[in-house]
Design a protein around this ligand. Structure first.
Ligand code: NAI
Length: 464
């Protein structure tokens, strides 16, 4: 039996970042991990999908744009297997990177499944370890199917992102169920690798949590590229056959079927709360199934046991989990950490064009009856975007009319994921739209569209 100040259950982006911060603060720290360090994000999530999306973007540029750019490459052949193997290497490099970070910070990695026990104890294999200060739950989430309509993940015809990341070839046809971040990213990938893609979403539009204008641009771009988008669709039944699946849908008051070699389930994730002794140790769950925490401290219903990341509830985002990891480490070390601004966490979908946002959508501003003004700037009017042949999309900034505070900001463009942080920093520091524009933006850059959208929200846009 070993004793640590803090024991963290799970070595994903929430858990391992929490470990680094607690080690920095001088706490003796252990992380329990049954699989590879880095969790879903590094091994079967964010990182390998970004590698595949990069391959997809190159394939798309070479196939559709290169000739106009003065680059003749002949017939284009894509090979998903090669892209997949590269994505595995990238994931492995990142996981090794996390191992290195654990060593560098002298964090003990306990290999195996951790079982929480009453009194801040964690059993790993035959050993019971004790945490003097706290145990932090960071056990994450996993893919889920929809068994009631016959869509159990069977790993052959009905797959999840877990299997899609290891396919040796792109299927001839694939129907993606759910058009959130996972669904939209894989629709983009398989389309670029030559699959016939059907994207099915229950709500009236794809990327339903984003601003409606952002959803529109992506839906149009997908349709142009040959992805069939069926929104407002209810899958009522699935015939899962040996080599294909037939989906029965109700969409727009009509019944129809969609046939595909594979179905990719991307209709949300389930949290990992079972089999780790939570209930027995006094850790209660919410009605929705995630671990119940005090929102101010992230402490669970068991004293001295904290919870962070996906398992603590939405948004299920790596960067939200990492921030919670830093927060609880500082709290446990006796500091007074800055409260987490849950209303200022960027949301990013890395499809092409990328969709990134912060704060409220226009629909939410309407619902809240806020007095707001919208500023927009399309990339078709931005010199750098024209030069780079990336004119799809826009920047939209929603300004509070009275104080000029940024209520929400939405960017759709090839580099939206990198650009949103200017507005995240601005919002974090309560900058006004005037202040965003006052910071001189280099020319020619895509970021000029942010300053222009800020100006437009005050009725004085320059370049349109
Ligand atoms: P999600 O909850 O974001 O999206 C699932 C979509 O499926 C929703 O739009 C929902 O309306 C739809 N849906 C649910 N049931 C359906 C049905 N029966 N038929 C058709 N559509 C249905 O879940 P997703 O995309 O699986 O991602 C899981 C979590 O991981 C999310 O919290 C997401 O934000 C996060 N994630 C984030 C990424 C990023 O930041 N780029 C990438 C991948 C995942």
């Amino acid at each position: 039996m070993a004793t640590f100040d803090i024991i963290i259950l799970g070595g994903g982006p929430a858990g391992y970042v929490c470990a680094i911060r607690s080690a920095q603060l001088g706490l003796s720290t252990a992380v329990v991990e049954k699989d590879k360090l880095g969790g879903v994000c590094v091994n079967i999530g964010c990182i390998p999908t970004k590698a595949l999306l990069h391959s997809a973007r190159v394939a798309s540029i070479v196939a559709h744009e290169a000739r106009d750019l003065g680059v003749e490459v002949g017939a284009v052949k894509t090979d998903y297997g090669v892209a997949m193997k590269r994505s595995r290497k990238v994931a492995e490099q990142n996981s090794k990177g996390v191992e290195f970070l654990m060593k560098k910070h002298k964090v003990t990695v306990l290999r195996g499944t951790g079982m929480l026990q009453p009194g801040r104890k964690v059993k790993v294999g035959a050993e019971v370890h004790e945490a003097k200060k706290a145990v932090v739950i960071a056990t994450g989430s996993r893919v889920k199917g929809i068994p009631p309509i016959g869509l159990d993940i069977n790993k052959t015809t009905v797959i999840s992102s877990d299997e899609a990341l290891f396919l040796e070839r792109a299927p001839a046809s694939i129907a993606v169920i759910g058009a959130g971040a996972v669904g939209c990213e894989f629709a983009d990938i398989f389309n670029a690798f030559g699959s016939k893609v059907t994207l099915i979403e229950a709500l009236p539009r794809i990327l339903p949590i984003e601003d409606a204008e952002s959803s529109d641009v992506v839906a149009k771009s997908y349709k142009k590229r040959g992805i069939e988008v069926i929104a407002g669709a209810k899958v009522t039944k699935a015939d899962v056959l040996q080599d294909k699946v037939i989906l029965h849908l109700e969409a727009g008051g009509q019944s129809r079927t969609v046939e595909a070699e594979k179905i990719l389930m991307a209709a949300g994730r389930a949290v990992n709360t079972e089999g780790s002794g939570f209930k027995e140790a006094g850790v209660q769950l919410t009605d929705q199934g995630w671990v119940k925490v005090n929102p101010k401290t992230l402490e669970t219903t068991a004293a001295g046991v904290y919870c962070i990341g996906d398992v603590a509830g939405p948004p299920m985002l790596a960067h939200k989990g990492s921030r919670e990891g830093v927060f609880v480490a500082e709290l446990i070390a006796g500091h007074k950490p800055h409260p987490i601004r849950y209303d200022n966490i960027p949301s990013v979908t890395y499809c092409h064009p990328e969709v990134a946002s912060i704060g409220l959508t226009e629909e939410q501003c309407k619902e809240k009856k806020l007095d707001y003004q919208v500023g927009r700037f399309p990339f078709s009017a931005n010199g750098r975007a024209r030069a780079s042949n990336e004119t799809e999309g826009f920047v939209k900034i929603i300004r509070d009319r009275r104080y000029s505070e940024i209520l929400g900001a939405h960017i759709v463009c090839g580099h939206a994921s990198e650009m949103i942080h200017e507005l995240a920093v601005a919002r974090e520091n309560e900058c006004t739209v005037e202040e965003v524009d006052l910071a001189v933006h280099a020319h020619p850059t895509l970021s000029e569209a942010i300053a222009e959208a800020a100006l437009d929200s005050m009725g004085r846009v320059m370049h349109i």
